[in-house]
Ligand binder design. Structure first.
Ligand SMILES: Cc1cc2nc3c(=O)[nH]c(=O)nc-3n(C[C@H](O)[C@H](O)[C@H](O)COP(=O)(O)OP(=O)(O)OC[C@H]3O[C@@H](n4cnc5c(N)ncnc54)[C@H](O)[C@@H]3O)c2cc1C
Length: 452
């Protein structure tokens, strides 16, 4: 295995710097056992890392960072499940499944997330009727090395409680080296975008749901408008269309961040900038609602590749989820909050916020949609110091409005916000499980120590 000492490593986009004492890349489960048991060569805490695409600074840099990406084999593709090593990323695996006429139950936008992170950390995408909210709920079995260096194999039939704990364990209960996840036959995807006001979104949401749609949305807070993305399985058609997704993906990943930064650089004052933003985002709304749709799109085509080192034109975000009940009042308040924040500080978020309607999910202890169906509000930006300051204030807003954050996708959380959102009972349950599994804190780092 490759071992490097005292290195500097950055998250995918350079937002976060890490300085682990050891950066190690295992190739086999034996390597992993050695890493966990040899405390001298591999100082604590030992923290597994996937692609490092988490928007929160949570890849642990005090001790040993374990880069899981070399363990990326596909072990078996069955009719209803696929078994893989955890370092494989979502998009290459989805494209392999496509060749076998298969797809995942939840197809996220991001293609870079590793399956290890999907199995153990929070994920999001708009939920289809009857589906669960998070990808880890579709993981049926895991094999991992425990904090004591033992190999454990668990599955949902024989070990439901351990699966429940592992599904949101963030590498704190063991390092996964193999996992099995449910897949389903590929179905064509019906896709539409609707350009609506906040009030129209509120009124039409129940109908979108009644029509059996998965609902995602782009929020334009300064114009108080929303583009709603509606998706439905279309089993009567054979999937054929890819390009409509590709246009959307290119704008999302590249052109929107580029144009918004150019406007920011060029605009001589705030008024001109607001006007140009409004034109830019007005055109985006028009383009999405008029051009991006189809009756038989490929579900795999919605996945976006966000390669490392995107430069300044990057797309980053933070996420909080809110109970469906009362959500539309919070969405109104969110837009007012952003407008007020700009008046006070001069700062405006420079990309459309997004959000997802997510089904209730109690298959993972730290599920952010534990209490019922939820809708999220994810401000997005190209980053920078003012963005980071804004996020801290946004966290206060969300916590006051009863939101739930994601450990991996909500930067700058505080201990109190985490305890309020998840409740003392769930946190105590996790701490007890951790204490039993890892009494020497082999896998526990400062990020989680502070928050829990
Ligand atoms: C531009 C962008 C777009 C995004 N879009 C989406 C989206 O559409 N949907 C979505 O759900 N998320 C999205 N995300 C968030 C991202 O998917 C999550 O933060 C995800 O956890 C990142 O995966 P990763 O492989 O980079 O994991 P990392 O950030 O490296 O790690 C995440 C957690 O997983 C743990 N972990 C990793 N591997 C293992 C293992 N083998 N065993 C045990 N624990 C392990 C780590 O310890 C850590 O706690 C997006 C992020 C970005 C930057």
């Amino acid at each position: 295995m490759d071992i490097r000492r005292d290195v500097k490593i950055k998250s995918w986009d350079g937002t976060w710097d890490y300085s682990p004492k050891v950066l190690v890349t295992p190739n086999t489960v034996e390597d992993l056992v050695e890493i966990i048991t040899d405390k001298e060569r591999f100082p604590s805490p030992v923290r597994p890392a996937g692609s490092m695409h988490s928007t929160a600074r949570m890849n642990g840099d005090e001790g040993t960072m374990v880069d899981m990406k070399a363990m990326n084999r596909i072990i078996e593709i069955g009719k209803e499940t696929v078994t893989v090593e955890p370092g494989i990323s979502f998009q290459p695996l989805a494209l392999e499944l496509k060749k076998h006429g298969l797809q995942f139950h939840i197809m996220t936008e991001i293609g870079n997330v590793t399956l290890g992170a999907m199995a153990t950390a929070a994920t999001k995408d708009s939920s289809f009727p009857g589906e669960l909210g998070q990808i880890s709920s579709y993981v049926t079995a895991m094999r991992y090395v425990t904090p004591k260096g033992e190999i454990r194999s668990i599955n949902e039939k024989d070990d439901p409680h351990e699966m429940f704990l592992m599904r949101s364990s963030y590498g704190l209960l063991g390092i996964v080296f193999e996992l099995t996840i449910r897949v389903r036959p590929t179905k064509a995807l019906w896709l539409r975008h609707r350009n609506v006001s906040l009030q129209e979104f509120r009124e039409r949401f129940p109908q979108y749901k009644a029509d059996g749609c998965a609902v995602m949305y782009y929020i334009f807070p300064y114009d108080k408008r929303v583009v709603v993305e509606l998706k439905k399985d279309n089993p009567d058609e054979t999937p054929k269309q890819e390009y409509r997704w590709k246009y959307r993906n290119r704008f999302w990943r590249k052109y929107d961040p580029l144009i918004t930064r150019k406007i920011e650089e060029w605009a001589p004052n705030q008024k001109v900038r607001a006007f140009l933003d409004s034109v830019h985002f007005g055109l985006i709304r028009l383009g999405l609602s008029r051009l991006v749709g189809g009756d038989k799109t490929w579900p795999h085509a919605q996945i976006i590749n966000y390669p490392r080192d995107p430069g300044l034109n990057r797309y980053i975000f933070s996420m909080w989820a809110f109970p469906q009940e009362g959500f539309f009042d919070i969405l109104d308040a969110y837009c007012d909050f952003l407008i007020e924040y700009e008046k006070k500080t001069g700062y405006r978020t420079n990309l459309p916020s997004v959000g997802y309607s997510i089904a209730q999910d109690r298959n993972a202890l730290f599920s952010y949609c534990w209490n019922g169906p939820s809708l999220s509000i994810d401000p997005a930006s190209t980053g920078g110091k003012a963005w980071e300051e804004f996020l801290k204030v946004y966290n206060v807003f969300c916590s006051e409005h009863g939101g739930t954050p994601l450990f991996n996708q909500t930067p700058f959380l505080t201990h109190d916000q985490v305890h309020k959102a998840f409740g003392e009972e769930r946190i105590a349950e996790f701490k007890a499980a951790r204490q039993a599994a890892d009494p020497d804190d082999r896998l526990m780092d400062d990020y989680f120590r502070d928050l829990l």
